[in-house]
Design a protein. Structure first.
Ligand SMILES: Nc1ncnc2c1ncn2[C@@H]1O[C@H](COP(=O)(O)OP(=O)(O)O)[C@@H](O)[C@H]1O
Ligand SMILES: [Mg+2]
Length: 255
């Protein structure tokens, strides 16, 4: 078994022939939280999309392993079944499908992939109750259509709820903080923190330091122009907050 939970090596990817990721290297061990920061357009969402298998992007070289599993060889669904979870910057609405039914389908699809029998209705309801508590999600929200008419904060909370139910090995939160007020931010961060354990890991993608007051990263990376140009501890995020991104641009671009 691999010691690493995620190992990304010299990953190059792009869209319509335009290269966006230009050699990303990243290693994550179980139990760790990594923050990826960087100016707009630096490739943060592309990186998460490529790991999740978003078909818009083409991987041109490099590798990405989740434990011993070659992520790039799998469909997006199978990546999810293997334990990858991506929280989107803009969650989709699915009218006519209740959260409960959506989650039951997701849970049972994963169980089928793993060769397990579907969960009984009683066990599933118990699981829902237990996980709702993690994100302080009330029952009414769970019986509504997926994200339909949800506020920004409700959508995000709902996503953390999905994460809680699916118990992923690696969760990627892409700008989960954008558009959240401070109360919603606290609830979302509280959920993420409660789900942390020694067997899973989280990548928190954020433009601002604010979320990292609530979700403490072990490592902070700066992605710029498709490469990780700096890595450090939590102090790197504070340094960015203070100095902005200009020094990174100057250092890399030599301007
Ligand atoms: N669907 C797309 N079509 C064309 N270019 C794209 C598309 N998505 C992203 N890009 C380009 O890729 C680069 C990185 O974007 P993105 O990964 O969204 O950055 P970030 O999340 O760091 O703001 C940007 O230059 C952006 O314009
Ligand atoms: Mg983005």
């Amino acid at each position: 078994m691999s010691e690493e939970l995620l190992k990304v090596k010299d990953l190059h990817a792009g869209i319509d022939g335009k290269e966006i990721l230009r050699g990303v290297n990243l290693t994550i061990r179980p139990g760790e939280v990594h923050a990826i920061m960087g100016p707009n357009g630096s490739g943060k969402s592309t990186f998460s999309g490529v790991l999740a298998g978003d078909p818009r992007f083409t991987v041109t070289s490099g590798s990405a392993f989740l434990g011993d599993t070659d992520l790039l060889a799998l469909s997006p669904e199978d990546r999810s079944h293997e334990g990858l979870f991506l929280s989107f910057q803009y969650p989709v609405e699915i009218p006519g499908v209740t959260m409960v039914n959506f989650m039951r389908a997701a849970v049972n699809a994963k169980r089928k992939y793993l060769g397990e029998a579907p969960m009984s209705a009683a066990d599933f309801l118990k699981l829902m109750r237990q996980k709702r508590a993690v994100v302080e999600l009330d029952n009414k929200l769970a019986s509504r259509s997926v994200n339909e008419g949800f506020s920004g904060g409700e959508k995000k909370r709902n996503e953390i709820f999905q994460m809680a139910v699916l118990e992923p090995k690696l969760s990627i939160l892409d700008e989960t903080d954008s558009g959240l007020d401070i109360d919603a931010l606290r609830i979302v961060a509280g959920g993420v923190n409660r789900l942390r354990n020694q067997n899973n890991a989280t990548i928190v993608i954020t433009h601002y330091q604010r979320l990292l007051d609530y979700i403490k990263p072990d490592f902070v990376h700066i992605l710029y122009k498709g490469r990780i140009v700096h890595s450090g501890g939590p102090e790197l995020a504070l340094e960015l907050e203070e100095k902005g991104y200009d020094w990174i641009k100057q250092e890399v671009d030599g301007e």
